[in-house]
Design a protein around this ligand. Structure first.
Ligand code: ADP
Ligand code: MG
Length: 701
C-alpha cells in the first residue's frame, strides 16, 4: 500500500538529495494523518528526522502452528479458533476474556481497555483468526495472550525494531513512516561522500544500504558495537559535526590582538609570595601568545583542584589591563565570586575591580555599570548577574569562566557578546577526556597544570565507620590546637535540600557540645550575606570548625584548613568527593580527609571510598568515574554543550571506544576536507545531519 502512496508522489528521479529535508507529512499514510502532530513531537518535522530516528532494540516474531513452552514470553503469530467470549457483567475494569484453541491446545485471550463493541466487530464464537502478541502463561499455568492484535497480511515472522515511543504513537506507525522515508531516500541518487580509505578501514556500507538495514533489520544486533550499519551512520553524524566545527574555525571573526610589553607582568610576578610552578609559567605563556593573535583565543585551562589556576587567571587579566582592555571573570557561586574578588584586590591593589552579583543593587549596581561602560572599572568579577542586559563594557578584551562546566553555552555567549570578540579562557578542575572536548569544539587548545605547587603534600585520606564518630572529637581537638581548621560536610540527601540542612543543624549542635563557639554552620538556606559573614569568620580564624552542606564544594580556598570530614561519604559520587577533598591540601601543611560511611552501604559505594583513599589524582578519579557511571561527571559537560547526537548516546559505555575512535578519525578527515576546500562533496552529509548549520554560526565556545 505504502508503495502506491509514494509512487504517485515520487516517481521522478534526479532530484537533489537535499529535497529529502522536507516535511515528515509526506511519509505519513492518509489514515495516520490526524496524528501528524504527535509524530512531529516524537520524531521531528522532516523526512530526515524519520530516517535518523533510531530503534533501541529489536524483537523477533515467530510464526507458530502449535503452542509450546519454548515460545513463552516471545512475540508470536498464531491462528486461534475462538470458543467462548466472556464480557464482564458491569462496566468494570475487568478485562474481556476469550477462550480459544490452537490445534488441540487451549489458550486464554485477555483484552484490557477495549470497548466490547469494538471487539465484537472482530471476534465471534467459531471464528478463526491470525493474532500477534506475546505468549505468556497465566497463574494457573494456562497459555495466555494479553491484548493480542489481529495480524494483517503484512505481518510476518521475523525481526522487528523497537523504537522509543511516547505520545500515543505506535510501533506500527513508525514502521510505516520509516518505510516511506526509505522509499523517498531511494528515489534519489545519493553519491557516496566518504572516502574509500574510510569505507575500507571500517567495512562500511553505503548510507542508503545502512539505513535500510537499520530500519528493516535481519539480525538482532542493534548496538553500535555489533552493527556495521549503525556505525556507518554514527560516523557520518560525527563527521558532519566535525566539518561544521572546522568550517566555523575558518570563518572565525577577527579581534584585536593584544600586543604589548610583558615587563610589568614580570615585575609583578617577582612580588608574588611564591614561585610559579613550571606548569603555571607555561600556561600563562600560552595564554599571552594566543591573545597576541587577532583571532579570539578559546583556551581551556585544566588543572586539578588546588593546582593554582587562579593566579594564572590573575596574570592573564593583568596583561590585558596593562594594554588598555577590560576583563570579566564569571564564576558559578556568589561565595566564589567574593573569594576571587578579595584575591584580586589583594594582588592588584592599584586596579579598579568590582564585584557584581544579585546582591549589588540600586545605586551600587548603577555605579558599577557606569564604570564598566566608561572604562573606569577594569575588572568585574561576577555570577549570573553578569548576563544582565544593561551591562555594557567599554572594551572587553578577555572573558574568564571559572568552573566552566557549570554554565551553559548560551549563558557564556551572552557575556561574550558584550565585547568585540573578546579572548576567552575557561578554567576547569574536572578533567574532560580529549574526545569529548573534540566533539564539542574540535581540537580546542588546552593548557594543563600538571604539577602542584612545590611543597604540597598529598592529602591523607582515610575512612571510618559512622558509629565511631566519637573518635573524631579528640582528633579535631589536636588539629585546632595546632591553629588549623576543620570542615565538616554533611550528607547530600538527594532531592531534599531541607533534609540536607536538618542534618547540618543536628551536627552543628552535636559539635557545639565539644567546641562551643569555635563551631559555626553554613547551608544553602542562609542568605548570601549570612553565608559570607560565617565564611569570613572561618577565614579570619574567629571560628575553626565549619559544619556545612556541599555549598563549599566549589573553589573555596582557605589554606590553613587542613581537615575535611565528609559524613555519609557513600552518598557522594567520586567527582564530588574529589572536589570536596580539594578544599584542603592548599598549603604546605599536611592535610587529611576523613570519609565517614554507613556500615550498611553498597559495595559500589565502598569501592568508591576505597578509590578515594588510594589516589589523589583527579585524572585517575575521572577515569574511575567514567567506568562506574558511564558519563559520570561528563553529565555536567553534557549540559555545557555536549550535543545530544541523534544516532548514538555518548554515555553508552560499551560503545565509547568506537565513538572516541570515530571522533578522532572524523576530526582528521574534516580538517583535510576544509583545507582542500572539498566541502561541496559533503554538502548532502551536512544537510542531513546538521540542517540548521549555516556558515556564520561561529561562536560555539
Ligand atoms: P584551583 O586550581 O583549585 O583554583 P587555586 O588557584 O585556588 O587552586 O590555588 C590554591 C592555593 O594555592 C591558593 O591558596 C594559591 O594562593 C596557592 N598557590 C597557587 N600557586 C602557587 C604556587 N606556585 N606556589 C604555592 N602556592 C600556590
Ligand atoms: Mg579555583
Amino acid at each position: 500500500m505504502s508503495h502506491q502512496v509514494l509512487q504517485t508522489n515520487y516517481n521522478n528521479t534526479n532530484r537533489n538529495i537535499t529535497d529529502i529535508y522536507q516535511d515528515i507529512g509526506v511519509c505519513v499514510k492518509p489514515y495516520y494523518k490526524p496524528r501528524l502532530k504527535l509524530f512531529r513531537s516524537l520524531i521531528g518535522n522532516t523526512v530526515t528526522d524519520a530516517l535518523l530516528y533510531m530503534p533501541t532494540s529489536t524483537t523477533e516474531v515467530f510464526k507458530i502452528n502449535e503452542l509450546s513452552h519454548e515460545y513463552i514470553n516471545q512475540q508470536v503469530i498464531v491462528t486461534v479458533t475462538i470458543d467462548n467470549i466472556e464480557l464482564p457483567k458491569y462496566s468494570s475494569n475487568k478485562p474481556i476474556l476469550m477462550l480459544g484453541h490452537i490445534c488441540e491446545k487451549a489458550i486464554e485471550l485477555l483484552f484490557f481497555n477495549y470497548k466490547p463493541s469494538y471487539l465484537k466487530g472482530i471476534f465471534y464464537i467459531g471464528c478463526k483468526l491470525q493474532l500477534i502478541g506475546q505468549l505468556t502463561k497465566s497463574n494457573f499455568g494456562n497459555y495466555q495472550m494479553i491484548n493480542p492484535k489481529k495480524a494483517n497480511f503484512k505481518t510476518n515472522a521475523g525481526i522487528y525494531n523497537i523504537y522509543p515511543l511516547k505520545n500515543g504513537v505506535t510501533q506500527d506507525c513508525i514502521y510505516s513512516i520509516t518505510e516511506n522515508a526509505l522509499e523517498i531516500l531511494n528515489s534519489y541518487d545519493i553519491k557516496e561522500w566518504l572516502p574509500e580509505y574510510i569505507i575500507n578501514k571500517y567495512n562500511f556500507y553505503s548510507f542508503y544500504k545502512s539505513l535500510v538495514e537499520i530500519h528493516k533489520p535481519n539480525t538482532n544486533n542493534i548496538s553500535l558495537i555489533n552493527n556495521t550499519y549503525r556505525r556507518r551512520i554514527c560516523f557520518d553524524e560525527i563527521l558532519a559535526e566535525q566539518i561544521a566545527i572546522q568550517i566555523n574555525k575558518t570563518q572565525e571573526s577577527k579581534c584585536n590582538g593584544i600586543n604589548g610589553s610583558i615587563t610589568l607582568l614580570k615585575d609583578f610576578i617577582k612580588t608574588l609570595p611564591f614561585e610559579l610552578t613550571n606548569s603555571q609559567v607555561n600556561a600563562i605563556n600560552e595564554i599571552i601568545n594566543d591573545m597576541k593573535k587577532n583571532v579570539p583565543m578559546k583556551r581551556l585551562l585544566q588543572g586539578d583542584v588546588g593546582s593554582g589556576k587562579t593566579i594564572v587567571a590573575i596574570l592573564a587579566m593583568l596583561y590585558v589591563i596593562n594594554n588598555g582592555y577590560q576583563c570579566a571573570l564569571l564564576v558559578p557561586t556568589e561565595m566564589l565570586a567574593r573569594q576571587h574578588y578579595n584575591n584580586i584586590i589583594n594582588y592588584l591593589n592599584n586596579i579598579s575591580v568590582e564585584i557584581l552579583t544579585a546582591n549589588e543593587k540600586g545605586k551600587v549596581r548603577t555605579r558599577i555599570l557606569r564604570g564598566l561602560k566608561d572604562n573606569t572599572v577594569k575588572i568585574v568579577v561576577g555570577t549570573h548577574a553578569l548576563f544582565n542586559n544593561k551591562l555594557e563594557f567599554n572594551n572587553l578584551g578577555l572573558v574568564i569562566v571559572d568552573e566552566q562546566h557549570r554554565f551553559g553555552v548560551n549563558q557564556r555567549l551572552s557575556l561574550i557578546n558584550k565585547g568585540n570578540n573578546p579572548h576567552i579562557l575557561s578554567m576547569t578542575a574536572t578533567p574532560i577526556p580529549r574526545t569529548i572536548i573534540m566533539s564539542m569544539h574540535g581540537d580546542i587548545d588546552v593548557s594543563s597544570i600538571e604539577s602542584k605547587p612545590i611543597g604540597r603534600r598529598d592529602i591523607i585520606t582515610t575512612s571510618l565507620s559512622l558509629d565511631k564518630i566519637n573518635e573524631l572529637i579528640s582528633a579535631i581537638r589536636r588539629i585546632l590546637e595546632k591553629g588549623e581548621k576543620v570542615y565538616w560536610v554533611c550528607p547530600l540527601i538527594e532531592d531534599s535540600e531541607k533534609l540536607d540542612y536538618t542534618c547540618v543543624i543536628e551536627r552543628h549542635a552535636f559539635l557545639k557540645q565539644y567546641f562551643g563557639n569555635d563551631v559555626e554552620m553554613l547551608h544553602g538556606k542562609m542568605n548570601a550575606s549570612e553565608k559570607q559573614q560565617i565564611f569570613n569568620k572561618f577565614n579570619s580564624n574567629n571560628i575553626n570548625v565549619l559544619v556545612s552542606t556541599t555549598v563549599i564544594e566549589v573553589g573555596i580556598d582557605v589554606p590553613n584548613a587542613t581537615v575535611i570530614i565528609i559524613e555519609n561519604a557513600e552518598r557522594f559520587g567520586l567527582a564530588q568527593l574529589h572536589q570536596l577533598r580539594g578544599r584542603v591540601g592548599r598549603s604546605s601543611l599536611q592535610s587529611y580527609c576523613i570519609l565517614l560511611y554507613d556500615k550498611h552501604c553498597s559495595n559500589i559505594a565502598r569501592q568508591r571510598i576505597k578509590i578515594m583513599c588510594h589516589t589523589n589524582s583527579g585524572f585517575k578519579i575521572a577515569e574511575y568515574d567514567l567506568k562506574f557511571r558511564g558519563g559520570g561527571e561528563i553529565n555536567g559537560i553534557k549540559q555545557s554543550g555536549m550535543k545530544k547526537y541523534k544516532t548514538f548516546d555518548y554515555n553508552n559505555i560499551e560503545d565509547q571506544n568506537i565513538i572516541n575512535e570515530y571522533i578522532i578519525e572524523a576530526n582528521k578527515l574534516a580538517k583535510s576536507i576544509v583545507k582542500l576546500n572539498s566541502i561541496a562533496l559533503y554538502s548532502d552529509c551536512l544537510k542531513i545531519f546538521k540542517p540548521n548549520f549555516s556558515l556564520n554560526i561561529n561562536k560555539s565556545f
